[in-house]
Write a new protein. Structure first.
Length: 285
C-alpha cells in the first residue's frame, strides 16, 4: 500500500500546488464562501481515486459535488495531504473540514465537529482462503487464528467491543502498523484463518495481487462522516440538511450503487446477499 500512497501523492501534487495558491481567499469572485476541504493523498477507491486525466474521482467527490450544487452559497476548494496532517490542519483552522472516510470516535468528537448524518458507510469484513466455507462472522473466529491487527483505530475498536460483549473472545495478535498485503498472504498460505479489514481496502489490494482469497462475510457497516473545524457553526447544519435530502431522494443510494455495486444504506443482510464489490472507475462520467 506504500506504493499506492506514493503514486497517489505524486498524481495529486499539482492539485495541492494549485489550491495552495488561493488559500488566502475567503470568497469567490461571485461571492460564494470558500470552504477548504482536506482530502487524503492516499487513494482509497472507490471513495477516492484518479481517472486517466489525473483528476480526483470517487464516491467522496461525487458526494461533495452534489453538496456544492445544493448549497449555492459555498464553494469547495480541495487540498490533498496525509490523513493525520489533515486532521491537525482542521483543528488549527487551516481547513474548514476534512472528508477522508472518517469514523467517529470519542477522542475525535472532543476535538472536532461532526455532522449528525453520515454520508456513507465503510464495510468491514473477514477475508478468508477461497476454499474456506466456515467463516462468515466474528462468532466463527473465537477458535480460529486472526491475522495481526493494530493496537488502535476503528477496526481494533470493533474487535475490542466484540470481545467485551462475548464470553468467548477472539484471540488478538497485536503489532504496530500491520501490513494488509502480508496479512492477506498469511490467509492465502493458511498461517491465519482470516484477516479483518475494510472491504474497499481488500478490493484495492486484491486487484493488484490476485490472491487465492475472498470475502468470507461482512461484519459491520461503519458510518463515515465529514470532520469539521469547531469554529464552524452553520456548515454542519447545512450539511445535515442536504445529506439527508440526498438519502431521502435516492441520490446517495444511487451513488453507492455506482461506486460500490450495492446500496450500502440498506441493512447488512441485504448487502451481504447482494455482494459488496466494485469495478475500478477510470472516469467520472
Amino acid at each position: 500500500m506504500r506504493r499506492v500512497a506514493f503514486t497517489a501523492a505524486s498524481i495529486l501534487l499539482p492539485f495541492l500546488t494549485l489550491m495552495g495558491c488561493s488559500s488566502v481567499k475567503l470568497a469567490t469572485d461571485d461571492g460564494r464562501q470558500i470552504v477548504k476541504v482536506a482530502l487524503s493523498a492516499e487513494v482509497n477507491p472507490p471513495f477516492l481515486a484518479t481517472n486517466d486525466r489525473n483528476e480526483p474521482i470517487g464516491y467522496n467527490i461525487d458526494y461533495l459535488n452534489e453538496v456544492e450544487k445544493r448549497l449555492p452559497h459555498v464553494h469547495f476548494e480541495y487540498i490533498f495531504g496525509e490523513e493525520e496532517s489533515n486532521l491537525i490542519g482542521v483543528g488549527a483552522g487551516k481547513f474548514e473540514m476534512a472528508a477522508n472516510w472518517f469514523f467517529s470516535n470519542p477522542e475525535r468528537e472532543k476535538r472536532f465537529l461532526y455532522p449528525k448524518v453520515p454520508y456513507g458507510y465503510s464495510m468491514t469484513g473477514l477475508i478468508v482462503n477461497e476454499s474456506n466455507q466456515d467463516i462468515q462472522s466474528l462468532d466463527d473466529m473465537t477458535s480460529k487464528k486472526l491475522a495481526p491487527v493494530s493496537p488502535s483505530g476503528g477496526l481494533r475498536s470493533i474487535l475490542n467491543q466484540y470481545n467485551e460483549e462475548n464470553n468467548s473472545p477472539i484471540q488478538l495478535t497485536t503489532i504496530e502498523s500491520p501490513s494488509n498485503e502480508l496479512n492477506l498472504k498469511r490467509v492465502e498460505s493458511g498461517r491465519s484463518d482470516a484477516a479483518f479489514m475494510n472491504i474497499s481496502t481488500f478490493d484495492t489490494i486484491q486487484k493488484h495481487l490476485d490472491l487465492n482469497v475472498k470475502v468470507g462475510g461482512i461484519v459491520s457497516k461503519e458510518p463515515i462522516y465529514l470532520v469539521l473545524q469547531p469554529s464552524q457553526k452553520q456548515l454542519p447544519a447545512d450539511l445535515d440538511r442536504v445529506t439527508q435530502e440526498m438519502i431521502d431522494d435516492g441520490t446517495l443510494p444511487t451513488l453507492s450503487k455506482k461506486w460500490f455495486g450495492v446500496d450500502f444504506f440498506q441493512d447488512i443482510d441485504y448487502i451481504s446477499e447482494q455482494g459488496y464489490q466494485y469495478e475500478e472507475r477510470k472516469d467520472a462520467s
